[in-house]
Design a binder for this molecule. Structure first.
Ligand code: SF4
Ligand code: FES
Length: 248
């Protein structure tokens, strides 16, 4: 396949940035999208040009490091995959593909396609933890958890913190991410001591970081590679209201 890429190039956070066009030839349909970028970067490096900066680590959908807006869609056109799990067979010979970074005010562009997602770390630091001593694995198993709660907590825990939900949301809201983290811990007995403060503090930190409010549009859940469901945001809202009522 021969592909035309229009890639966002930006030297640093102060640069205004612009789209730049590249031709990539002999692309195998079995290449991942990131491998295709690797090949382009090799060619750029050989010809003395600055390679395109982008994030990745595990390249198997686990770490949440990768994230590109491809043809206007967070993580590209295939549902329920991360950018690293997207393959060139999802495109056709001759396609023109736009590649941009996550766009949201709290996600400052560091260079090209890399954004600073430190805001997510600070939201986790605000409340995404437990203080209950959990002992070793056998001790943790000794705490009875209803099966339905364990399953729902596990589903929420699959959030990898990639930020696609924010990139896809017209409001730039981080509500799906916060809801996943609050639900994950709030459904388990070990998460109860901080249940109220967690919900309030994580939402307050998201506001402080400049993420927008949720108006239940649902683009977040459509873009989420882990299928985190929109009803978790309703659950988060109930937790916040419960915490406010408890505080009085
Ligand atoms: S909720 Fe989904 S899209 Fe948002 S950070 Fe978690 S895994 Fe990524
Ligand atoms: S590189 Fe780890 S999820 Fe894509």
């Amino acid at each position: 396949m021969n592909i035309t890429l229009r890639v966002w190039r930006q030297r640093n956070s102060d640069d205004t940035g612009q789209m730049q066009t590249y031709q990539v030839t002999d692309v195998s349909p079995d290449m991942s999208f990131l491998e295709m970028l690797d090949v382009l970067n090799e060619n750029l490096t050989i010809s003395g040009e600055d390679p395109i900066a982008f994030d990745s680590d595990c390249r198997e959908g686990i770490c949440g490091m990768c994230g590109l807006v491809i043809n206007g869609l967070a993580h590209g056109p295939k549902e329920r995959v991360t950018t690293c799990q997207l393959h060139m067979r999802s495109f056709s010979d001759g396609d023109v593909i736009d590649v941009e970074p996550w766009r949201a005010e709290p996600f400052t562009v560091i260079k090209d396609l890399i954004v600073d997602r430190g805001a997510f770390d600070r939201i986790i630091q605000a409340g995404g933890f437990i203080t209950a001593p959990t002992g070793t694995a056998p001790d943790a198993h000794a705490a009875p958890v209803p099966k339905a709660d364990a399953d729902a907590a596990f589903d929420a825990a699959t959030c990898i913190g990639c930020g696609a939900c924010v990139a896809a949301c017209p409001n730039g809201s981080a509500s799906l991410f916060v809801a996943a983290k609050v639900t994950h811990l709030g459904l388990l007995p070990q998460g109860q001591p901080e249940r109220h403060s967690r919900a309030l503090d994580m939402v307050a930190q998201a506001d402080l970081e400049g993420f927008g409010g949720c108006t239940q549009i649902g683009e977040c859940t459509a873009a989420c590679p882990k299928g985190i469901q929109l009803d978790l945001i309703s659950r988060l809202n109930r937790d916040v209201l419960g915490a406010l009522a408890h505080r009085g």
